[in-house]
Design a protein around this ligand. Structure first.
Ligand SMILES: Nc1nc2c(ncn2[C@@H]2O[C@H](COP(=O)(O)OP(=O)(O)OP(=O)(O)O)[C@@H](O)[C@H]2O)c(=O)[nH]1
Ligand SMILES: [Mg+2]
Length: 298
């Protein structure tokens, strides 16, 4: 099925839609390194073919970029693109450091969430994908969000107020193996309700474990968000597990995931590689968040 998250709704007062839709997306850095059409080892027999292939690559890469609000796609240069991502940084990027974070609220449903209208970013992903670890790394404090080796630990909507100006929201894992059936059923009622009703949700950070092959649940989830036009950024976690003895490397799993979802989007969502062990992607993700947030705030 094809979802349209592509058209720019300039006359809409719904900034969330603009944030989602101002993004002609995808695989730039990855495309450079691992993209299916962009194998650097591919032999090109003559210079004309090489040039043609280069311009095809350039077109392919532009199409796959995330171009933020305030930037014209044609004006994106290499320097603007965040390494390990498809995200270009624009004029709204900045003020990304987290100076203060307070845990303020646990809610069961959207109607119980804070009502102060501050913009928020929700962290969603399969149980054990590393949501709480990522939050801890972003705010550079251990134990702000509870992490656990046991799946299904976080089971409600947890609001963290950052710099007294915006929220990070830790959501329960979906499809957790060890949580009770009741908790699983709850997810569909309260978490889905949260996505649909929460007007000040700037974007969902959908975490995907890059150390394993693409999972059906992640594909379903991204399709579900796409269907409801909810802005999302794919945050690939555990990218430090480069030396996994079995299976594919994270970059290969990421490429496979991109390939599987590519057809579903007119414009591919932004994505970024991270690790909570090495803090890979931390600053970059904060900059990406800042440009969406600053655009929202203006
Ligand atoms: N190698 C590696 N391990 C990670 C990374 N992020 C998380 N982990 C580990 O993965 C496990 C789960 O991490 P959590 O942050 O608790 O996962 P969660 O998504 O919050 O899990 P739930 O709250 O149960 O939904 C822990 O053992 C973490 O140490 C990472 O970037 N690299
Ligand atoms: Mg958690």
């Amino acid at each position: 099925m094809t979802y349209s998250v592509g058209s720019v709704l300039l006359n809409s007062d719904d900034k969330r839609k603009h944030v989602a839709n101002s993004a002609p997306y995808t695989v730039v850095r990855l495309a450079n390194e691992f993209g299916p059409n962009l194998d650097p080892k591919a032999e090109v027999s003559d210079s004309r073919a090489a040039k043609q292939s280069m311009s095809e690559q350039a077109r392919f890469m532009k199409k796959l970029l995330f171009v933020p609000p305030g930037v014209v796609p044609e004006e994106v240069t290499d320097k603007m693109i965040v390494p390990g991502s498809n995200i270009a940084l624009g004029p709204y990027a900045g003020h990304s450091q987290i100076k203060m974070v307070e845990f303020v609220n646990i809610s069961g449903r959207a109607k119980d969430c804070p009502k102060d209208n501050r913009p928020e970013f929700a962290i969603l992903g399969w149980s054990n994908v590393g949501k709480s670890s990522l939050i801890n790394v972003l705010v550079q404090k251990n134990q702000v969000a509870l992490t656990s080796k046991k799946q299904g630990k976080t089971q409600l909507i947890n609001h963290f107020l950052v710099n007294k100006s915006w929220y990070i929201v830790d959501l329960s894992g979906y499809g957790f193996a060890r949580a009770s059936d009741a908790a699983r059923t709850d997810w569909s009622s309260y978490t889905k309700g949260y996505f649909l009703k929460r007007d000040i949700l700037v974007a969902v950070l959908l975490l995907i474990d890059a150390s394993v092959p693409p999972q059906r649940i992640d594909l379903d989830c991204s399709n579900w968000l796409g269907r409801y036009n909810i802005p999302m950024t794919f945050v690939f976690t555990k990218c430090d597990k480069m030396k996994a003895s079995k299976g594919k490397r994270p970059d290969e799993n990421i490429r496979d995931f991109q390939e599987l979802i590519r057809e579903n989007y007119k414009q591919h969502p932004p994505w970024i590689m991270t690790s909570s062990v090495t803090a890979l992607g931390r600053e970059e993700l904060l900059l990406h968040i800042s440009q969406l947030r600053n655009y929202w705030d203006q």
